[in-house]
Ligand binder design. Structure first.
Ligand SMILES: C[S@@+](CC[C@H](N)C(=O)[O-])C[C@H]1O[C@@H](n2cnc3c(N)ncnc32)[C@H](O)[C@@H]1O
Length: 220
């Protein structure tokens, strides 16, 4: 968890997340297209073969309680593609304004919407239309009235400064070579004293050049 200390220094601070990533604009765009395609394919057909594990077994494996998953719409659980049970371990006081960054099919958004109650608000942001279509279907099925879903880039959030109490981030930093922009946006939209809860894949050792150059390693 990261608390937003509010100072300009803290707002611009970028956690040390490994070696500097130097990628060209063209590489960034190609990678974005590839990442969006990979997650859109998961949304379109979660039961098909994918480069990453997906769905209910994954969600159980990373710590979502079985009884909670049983109450959630299958359309969200089946396409779950996160790396930790962020909406379970986060502190989400009733009435909080929550951002789910890279919300995918919406499992964390739905759980957060339930936890913050009718006085709270959740906004789920993703750049995959197919993932958001699933999340909207799930929200309609669950009958939640405090969840808004938004097609947008995490690097340019359509949110006002300091408008968020708690941000949830479930496996998106590793997908973006320009992740510094994500930290900056989080620093901008999360209010002073607010919190960011993130689950992320980490490397135990450095990748070889060949592994680093393999596009699949960006989202696998
Ligand atoms: C690892 S998945 C996690 C999805 C969801 N949080 C979950 O737990 O199932 C990452 C999600 O972030 C989205 N994403 C990746 N990069 C993004 C970006 N730059 N802007 C917006 N969404 C992004 C992908 O479309 C995908 O749905």
């Amino acid at each position: 968890m990261y608390h937003n200390a509010g100072s300009s220094a803290a707002r611009q601070a970028v956690p040390a997340t490994g070696s500097a990533l130097v990628t060209s604009q063209a590489q960034n765009e190609a990678l974005r297209t590839s990442v969006r395609g990979a997650y859109s394919a998961i949304a379109a057909s979660p039961a098909a073969e994918h480069p990453i594990p997906v769905g209910r077994q994954l969600a159980l494996g990373v710590g979502y309680p079985a009884e909670r998953l049983a109450r959630m719409p299958a359309v969200a659980v089946d396409a779950f593609a996160g790396v930790g049970a962020v909406s379970i371990f986060a502190q989400l006081p009733p009435g909080s304004r929550v951002l789910d960054l890279g919300c995918g099919a919406g499992l964390d958004s739905l759980i957060a919407a339930e936890r913050v109650g009718a006085e709270g608000r959740v906004i789920g942001v993703d750049f995959s239309e197919s993932m958001l279509a699933r999340a909207s279907e799930a929200a309609a099925e669950a009958g939640v009235g405090n969840l808004r879903l938004c097609l947008a880039d995490s690097e340019r959030l359509p949110l006002r400064n300091s408008s968020i109490d708690v941000a949830l981030v479930n496996g998106i930093f590793n997908l973006n070579p320009r992740r510094q922009l994500l930290f900056q946006e989080l620093g901008r939209v999360v209010r002073e004293g607010g919190a960011v809860y993130a689950a992320e894949l980490i490397l135990r050792e450095a990748l070889s050049d060949a592994e680093r150059g393999d596009e699949a390693n960006w989202f696998a």
